[in-house]
Design a protein around this ligand. Structure first.
Ligand code: AIR
Length: 181
């Protein structure tokens, strides 16, 4: 049993979210990290519905080998900030748009952290979740040259995609161009 456990790959990034209703957005962060071969875990942790579990998660994350936490929440989004207050590892916040106020409520609650409790706020919804994953990978790549190479490959693909799109646009002309085609 012990040998089996020692072979387990420990997650380096913890993706947490306030509710299962955040999952469709936050899974984008998981997909980016998986593509970059960064070990991760995905958990539901609510600052308001399970405050003790949130504190436990934040307190224990570093000792479990987590190096960066990505925290997504909507509305009164206290999860990212409270997690950042309880741990010393970097916490990246993702504001979930939700059905009202366009996610500005969550965004403001993250960017208005008081001095002394830093929380990196990446943005709203899918772009925020993906950029949080890329940012987490950049942090980890400082001590992981092969991850740095994979990140560079990710950028190469992104650049090639834009050049391909522009090539198609020039080929067919803007009058006939169908961006979904
Ligand atoms: N939330 C959950 N616990 C505390 C907060 N702030 C957030 C979730 C979700 C929103 O409340 O992150 O974005 C709505 O949650 P639900 O479960 O009602 O869909």
């Amino acid at each position: 049993m012990a040998a089996e456990n020692s072979l387990e790959i420990k997650p380096q990034v913890g993706i947490i979210m306030g509710s299962k209703s955040d999952f469709e957005v936050m899974k984008n962060a998981a997909e980016v990290l998986e593509r970059l071969q960064v070990p991760l875990e995905v958990r539901i942790v609510s600052a308001h519905r399970t405050p003790h579990w949130m504190m436990e998660y934040a307190e224990e994350a570093e000792a479990r080998g987590i190096k960066v936490v990505i925290a997504g929440a909507g509305g009164s989004a206290h999860l990212p900030g409270m997690t950042a207050s309880e741990t010393s590892i970097p916490v990246l916040g993702v504001a979930i748009k939700g059905s009202i106020l366009d996610g500005l409520d969550a965004l403001y609650s993250m960017v208005r952290m008081p001095e002394g409790a830093p929380l990196a706020t990446l943005g709203i919804d899918v772009a925020g979740a993906k950029n949080a994953a890329l940012f987490a990978a950049r942090i980890l790549s400082l001590n992981d040259p092969s991850l740095a190479r994979r990140l560079s490959g990710y950028k190469d693909v992104m650049r090639a995609t834009v050049r391909y799109d522009d090539g198609r646009l020039q080929e067919v002309g803007w009058q006939k161009y169908d961006p979904k085609g």
